[in-house]
Design a protein around this ligand. Structure first.
Ligand SMILES: [Zn+2]
Length: 160
């Protein structure tokens, strides 16, 4: 049932799970978020999951019960939600290199060192940067990745 090759890579996160969606994108998942799509009704969420062949993740028991392929979460805290996903067999570690935009779930491309960068990105060209093909946001190995790595490491401490 579990195992790194078994768990789905294409996900749909229900509303209220926006932060988890960002973390899953950092981990390399194709994680669509219902809040980004402006879908909230159970039926609409299920339809998107079916149409796009996405594994649904939600805290809504009724929604999960009626979905074909889904994981129910109970935790309110992001660390609890990550622990539940890990227990369900999801591999959780920051993707290296990063592949998904945390903001819009678009695909990232490496930024060549000769290419100019916006002022919010590290100016040191030795720091690798990636850019979202969809929304244009720049990413690098920054504090959001460190925060996630720390949260995941804390989970491991709790498990042992
Ligand atoms: Zn993007």
């Amino acid at each position: 049932m579990s195992g790194p090759d078994h768990h789905p890579r294409r996900l749909l996160l229900d509303v209220m799970l926006g932060k988890l969606a960002v973390y899953l994108r950092i981990c390399g998942y194709d994680a669509a978020y219902a809040g980004d799509r402006n879908i909230e009704a159970d039926e609409a969420v299920r339809r998107v999951a079916d149409r796009e062949d996405r594994h649904l993740i939600s805290r809504d028991r009724a929604l999960i019960a009626a979905a074909a392929d889904a994981t129910l979460l109970s935790g309110l805290e992001i660390s609890d939600q990550l622990a539940e996903l890990r227990a369900a067999g999801f591999t959780l570690e920051p993707a290296d290199p990063p592949s998904r935009c945390g903001r819009c779930n678009g695909r990232l491309r490496p930024v060549p060192s000769v290419e100019s960068r916006p002022t919010y990105a590290p100016s040191d060209e030795a720091v690798p940067c990636w850019r979202c093909r969809r929304c244009g946001q720049y990413f690098w190995h920054g504090s959001h990745v460190d925060n996630l790595a720390r949260t995941l490491a804390a989970l491991e401490d709790e498990e042992t």
